[in-house]
Ligand binder design. Structure first.
Ligand code: SAM
Ligand code: SF4
Ligand code: F3S
Length: 447
């Protein structure tokens, strides 16, 4: 590919990102593409020629965030700045947003259109633009340009798959990100090599259901094979991935935890509920016993594996007994951490039909508070148990609060702060844990 000459007109883009790692990754790719038209990123909306908000709609709250964000930035249109809404909410509610923000927003486009961001932004200079069709899956142009932010970073995301073919009944993502499509492994490895050459030491492979990677494409690597291929790239010290679906995690991936030292000792394995009737209504297609069996196999392959999860409380029809099953699963696995949410009804999702059995909000709140309180106790106990021991910590950079302190992560994804030097960034250093708190730990260099 011939490099394009840099654009003559320097312009600034202010990017606000809500939602998950996929959106963070997409925002980086949009910045990389817009750089070809002379855009550099700014943290200050006041000086931006283009303001883009990358939205999430997985629960109702992120939608409220969008409304207040647009309220804050809409006045910049009067001085000629263009305002655009991208991301999952733009995908499923594009038409409604186009009408609602008639006076405030120039451009609306879904996640599938990220590769076309340059063209859409140019069109938005002269007309209002709404583009939320899904692109042709056979020929989807995954963006190959590297996010400008990846230069100088220790860790980077790499997408391996887009969309999702599952139909978990609570989830809007299949409607916002479309059908599952695996990115060619040659492209993934090219991106990993380029990132490693830039100094990136840790890659996180992204997909909604990484375990089904490659299965629909004849001759493509499986997810386990992809892990081995990424581990073989020189410079890659650590590999993480998200998200794994418990139904689809095969023995080959479990085996990779025995074989690959680069594969980190942390796995995010969303369980959603500990009750079989709830899992059935969620259409997760595994049972509590399957999940616990998988955890056992993983723990014997990698005894120091740290597990985290996602839980939804108050899914329609969830009884006290169902919720107690989730609490007892928490005790059985003793997750190191979890993201837990009250069920939020989403448009275009099958669970809307179950709303006759809606759990009252105060009951949901109580359940969530109980779950989170117990999780915090478990997390604190796990962090305290690390006190006095030495761990390899990959230093990510200076702490935000104190320039004499650096922070980094253990292989188990625990965040450690320690007195240190900026030039340690990107190095893996041995650290003795001095004190464990709920969210972070404090350490000191051991050698
Ligand atoms: N693909 C991942 C998986 O299968 O677990 C998760 C994707 S979703 C973006 C992240 C988390 O949001 C889910 O694991 C679930 O716990 C939560 N979530 C999704 N839809 C939700 C809803 N309607 N209400 C509450 N939480 C929801
Ligand atoms: Fe949503 Fe289920 Fe797909 Fe995850 S696997 S994105 S929860 S439909
Ligand atoms: Fe992610 Fe939110 Fe979309 S969680 S996939 S940005 S709906």
């Amino acid at each position: 590919m011939k490099p394009e000459p840099p654009s003559e007109t320097p312009r600034k883009v202010y990017m606000k990102t809500f939602g998950c790692q996929m959106n963070e990754y997409d925002s980086g790719k949009m910045l990389a593409l817009l750089a070809k038209d002379g855009f550099t990123a700014t943290e200050d909306a006041e000086e931006a020629d283009l303001i883009l908000v990358n939205t999430c709609s997985v629960r109702e709250k992120p939608e409220q965030k969008l409304r207040s964000f647009i309220g804050e930035v809409r006045h910049h249109r009067a001085r000629g700045a263009r305002i655009g809404i991208a991301g999952c909410m733009a995908q499923h509610a594009g038409e409604a947003l186009f009408k609602r923000f008639r006076e405030d927003v120039d451009l609306i486009f879904g996640p599938d259109q990220v590769p076309r961001v340059r063209e859409l932004v140019e069109r938005a200079q002269t007309e209002r633009v709404l583009e939320n069709r899904f692109m042709d899956a056979d020929d989807y142009p995954f963006v190959r340009e590297l996010s400008p932010e990846s230069a100088g970073q220790v860790g980077a995301f790499v997408t391996i798959q887009k969309g999702c073919d599952n139909k978990c009944t609570f989830c809007i993502v299949p409607a916002t990100r479309g059908v599952e499509l695996s990115r060619p492994s040659a492209q993934i490895l090219e991106e990993v090599r380029a990132l490693a050459a830039r100094g990136v030491r840790e890659v996180t492979l992204l997909g909604q259901n990484v375990n089904s990677y490659g299965l629909k494409v004849s001759g493509e690597l499986t997810f386990a094979q992809l892990l081995y291929a990424v581990a073989a790239v020189p410079g890659v010290e650590r590999i993480r991935y998200t998200t794994s679906h418990p139904r689809d995690m095969g023995l080959d991936v479990v085996q990779a935890y025995r074989d690959l030292p680069q594969l980190t000792s942390h796995l995010h394995l969303p369980v959603q509920s500990g009750s079989d009737p709830v899992l059935r209504r969620m259409k997760r297609f595994y049972k509590r016993a399957d999940y616990l069996g998988l955890v056992d196999r993983l723990m014997s392959a990698r005894p120091d594996l740290s597990l985290t999860t996602d839980v939804i409380v108050g899914f329609p029809g969830e009884t006290d007994e169902d919720f107690e099953a989730t609490m007892s699963l928490l005790e059985a696995v003793r997750f190191d951490g979890s993201f837990s949410f009250m069920y939020s009804p989403r448009p275009d999702t099958p669970a809307l039909k179950l709303l006759d059995g809606a759990v009252p909000e105060d009951v949901m709140k109580d359940r969530l508070a109980r779950f989170q309180k117990r999780q915090q106790e478990l997390t604190l106990a796990s962090n305290k148990a690390m006190e006095g021991q030495v761990y390899d910590v990959l230093i990510e950079g200076p702490s935000r609060w104190d320039p004499a302190v650096v922070c980094g992560r253990t292989s188990t994804f625990k965040m450690i702060n320690l007195p240190g030097e900026l030039h340690w960034t990107g190095q893996t250093v041995p650290v003795r844990i001095v004190r464990g708190f709920t969210n972070t730990l404090r350490g000191e260099r051991a050698a």
